[in-house]
Ligand binder design. Sequence first.
Ligand code: HEC
Length: 393
Amino acid sequence: MDSGYLLEVLGLLGRWLHVIVAIAWIGSSFYFVWLDDSLEPVGEGEAKARGVYGQIWSVHGGGFYHAQKYPLGPAQLPTNLHWFYWESYSTFLSGLFMMSVLYYAQAPAMLADPGKWAATPAQSIGVSLGVLVGGWLVYDALCRLLIQRTVLLFAAVYFAFVLAVAWGLLQVFPGRAAYLHVGAMLATTMSANVFFWIIPGQRKVVASLRAGEPPSPIHGQRGKQRSVHNNYLTLPVLFCMISNHYAFTYGSAQAWPVLALTLLAAVLIRHFFNLRHKGRLAWQFPLTGVALLMTAFWLARPPGLTLGATVPTLAQVQPVLEARCVPCHAAQPRLIPAPPLGVMLDTEAHIRTNAQRVVQQAGYAKAMPMGNVTGITEAERQLLRDWAAGGYR
Ligand code: HEC
């Protein structure tokens, strides 16, 4: 079988799995943060004597549920205790698999931008892995150093760190890969929180309870802190993951501020929901978030169209697309197994159907040709922009 085709199939299966397990993980994360914030205190009585701190009734799918929280565990541990960790681990593993199939196996096209840094595959894969591991080490060190300080100080220092990494990545990787790596770094940190702190802490508590000793409350507090961090990281991570489909974000001349504003907006919007679960409606957070998003989209807009001396026509544009794009974007492309996303640029009709996307991807965002393997020139990109300015004649 053709190896390009194999990579496509693996990419599809990997992405499908990744989305399924990520839904399960983020779904349970949202559910438990909601649960914790919505607990109602129990009055004096039998439940309190058993160590219950709060409880809530809910109805879902035709039945009623009664959840109770024991911060230090019940007097008698049940034999069947459900744990939540495979959601997180399988999201990390399927993400790493996707990273390998899409980025590492195709590093020259996906991880290198000769206009920025002409890296060898080994170098760019090294940077990629270094960011994933280094991002966790820095976060973990900050958590230990700043755990006794205010949450806001931690958040400000960590946010500055993430933005510095984003800036660095945008200097060396294509914009698309840089955005994705910011998301992958945050998501790796989330899984590492589960793996290195949350689950081991829970194991210690369970071991103490089984041994009949009172568990130390530090494990619960630390686990809670890390799981709240994870909760705030979910929306930023999801943005980075889907940004790949929107070249106007990562391909903009303002790619870095666009990312910074969007990440901040995502955190503020998450904060609104967390406060709302506690019964507070703090509209200033989502409103600020929306204002930041609008600023980001305004910054990302393509520059105003200015027309060169002549108005190019399709007859002048077509040979450029023939040489630079059709090797991939044709019914039977030469360089890859199938036309990506079904986009074909091999006939006049196909070009007309995709005209705006063509100019967006190749004229402005410079996301195409992928890895510029077909060597498009600046003059040719300008020709595409002029073609748009002249009304796609
Ligand atoms: C080496 C192969 C290759 C070449 C050459 C190439 N592309 Fe692409 N193109 C791709 C791939 C792969 C994707 C799918 C990216 C994705 O999955 O988001 C794509 C996607 C696109 C899309 C759809 C993007 C979207 O998200 O809607 C457009 C439009 C596009 N290319 C235009 C062009 C133009 C214009 C050229 C020539 C200037 C070009 N491509 C050259 C591989 C190529």
